[in-house]
Design a protein around this ligand. Structure first.
Ligand SMILES: [Zn+2]
Length: 247
C-alpha cells in the first residue's frame, strides 16, 4: 500500500530534496508538475536523482502561458513530453489572461493536448473558472487519461460530464473542511479518485498545514466518506493511481 501525492510542484519549494527525502521515508510516491519549461527541466533532473519516488509531468500552466511567449516549438515540447510521465499542469484560467480564440493560454493548451494525444501520456488539467471551456476542448482530443486537478464541481453540467467521461479527480487538504468537496467526492466514482496536496500551497483552515504530509488525512477523509477502513481506501487509491499513470 502506497500513498501518493499526485499533484505538487517540487520546483516551487525552497528545498525540494527535503520534501523528497521525507516522502521516501514514508514510502510515498510524488508526482511533480511543472508550470513552465524551466521547471520541467528541474523536475526531470529531480526524477533522475530519485528513481522510484518521483514521477514528473511537463507543461506550461495558464499563469505562465503568456510569459513563455508566442513561439510554440512543437518538436521540443514533444521531446519533453516523451521524457516525462505525463503532461501538466495545463489548462485555462481567466484570472491570468484572456482565453479567447487565438489567445496564448488557448494556443498552449491545444498544443500540449496535441502532444499528450500523440504520445499517449496522461494529462493533469487546471480548469478554475473555465470548466466548460476546458471540457469542450478536452472533448476534441483522444486522451489516454485525464485528471481534473482540484476540480470543485459546478452546477452547469460539467460535473456530470467529468463523471461520464471517466476523468480522474484529485482531492486535496480542502476536502477536510469543505462541505462542497465532500459532496463532490460522493458523486465522482470511487475508482476515479486520487489524492493531492498542490504543495507548496498551505491551508489556513488547517493551521497552515500543506504538502505531501497532508495526503494521509485526505485519504482518511475519503475512507470515511465511502465507509471503508483506511488501508482498504489506500489500496483503492493506489490502484486508481496505476490506472491514471499507466505503464
Ligand atoms: Zn498545481
Amino acid at each position: 500500500m502506497r500513498l501518493a501525492d499526485v499533484h505538487l510542484h517540487l520546483p516551487e519549494y525552497q528545498d525540494p530534496s527535503s520534501v523528497i527525502d521525507n516522502a521516501k521515508d514514508r514510502g510515498m510516491l510524488l508526482v511533480s508538475c511543472a508550470v513552465n519549461l524551466a521547471q520541467t527541466d528541474l523536475n526531470l533532473r529531480l526524477r533522475a536523482e530519485n528513481p522510484g519516488v518521483l514521477r514528473c509531468f511537463s507543461g506550461v500552466h495558464p499563469s505562465d502561458a503568456s510569459k513563455e511567449g508566442p513561439v510554440l516549438d512543437r518538436e521540443r515540447f514533444l521531446e519533453l513530453v516523451r521524457a516525462s510521465d505525463g503532461v501538466g499542469e495545463i489548462g485555462l484560467d481567466p484570472k491570468y489572461s484572456e482565453l479567447g480564440e487565438g489567445s496564448m493560454q488557448r494556443r498552449w493548451f491545444l498544443m500540449q493536448l496535441e502532444a499528450a494525444e500523440k504520445t499517449g501520456k496522461p494529462v493533469q488539467v487546471h480548469s478554475r473558472g473555465s470548466e466548460r471551456q476546458c471540457l469542450d476542448i478536452l472533448g476534441t482530443f483522444r486522451l489516454r487519461a485525464v485528471l481534473m486537478h482540484w476540480f470543485e464541481g459546478q452546477e452547469d453540467g460539467t460535473t456530470g460530464e467529468v463523471v461520464s467521461r471517466g476523468y480522474f479527480v484529485s482531492f486535496g487538504p480542502a476536502l477536510l473542511y469543505s462541505k462542497r468537496l465532500r459532496t463532490l467526492a460522493r458523486v465522482i466514482s470511487e475508482d476515479r479518485e486520487l489524492t493531492e496536496s498542490d504543495g507548496p500551497v498551505s491551508f489556513k483552515a488547517l493551521g497552515g498545514a500543506g504538502g505531501p504530509d497532508t495526503v494521509a488525512s485526505v485519504a482518511f477523509g475519503l475512507a470515511e466518506l465511502w465507509g471503508h477502513g483506511f488501508s482498504d481506501m489506500a489500496r483503492r487509491l493506489d490502484e486508481n493511481l496505476s490506472a491514471f499513470l499507466g505503464p
